[in-house]
Design a protein around this ligand. Structure first.
Ligand SMILES: [Zn+2]
Length: 73
């Protein structure tokens, strides 16, 4: 699994994981890509993308790659 991938906006989406779930998020445009979460959680994230940032900050989602910068909400 790649630690990051290119976003449609030209910036970078950084990858984070929790158990069997993966999130890629772009800090520039806010676009995200998730896999392995339940439909309900996906809906929550779509409504409130800040939840993803909060989960990262709280340590529930871990960077896929150690070179991923720490996100400070
Ligand atoms: Zn983007």
């Amino acid at each position: 699994m790649e630690g990051s991938k290119e976003c449609e906006c030209g910036s970078t989406q950084y990858g984070y994981y929790a158990d069997a779930a993966i999130v890629y998020i772009c800090y520039k445009c806010g676009k995200f890509d998730i896999d392995g979460f339940s439909k309900k959680i996906q809906d929550y994230f779509a409504e409130e993308p800040k939840l993803i940032l909060q989960l990262i900050q709280d340590g529930f989602l871990h960077p896929l790659d150690n070179s991923i910068p720490e996100y400070d909400v």
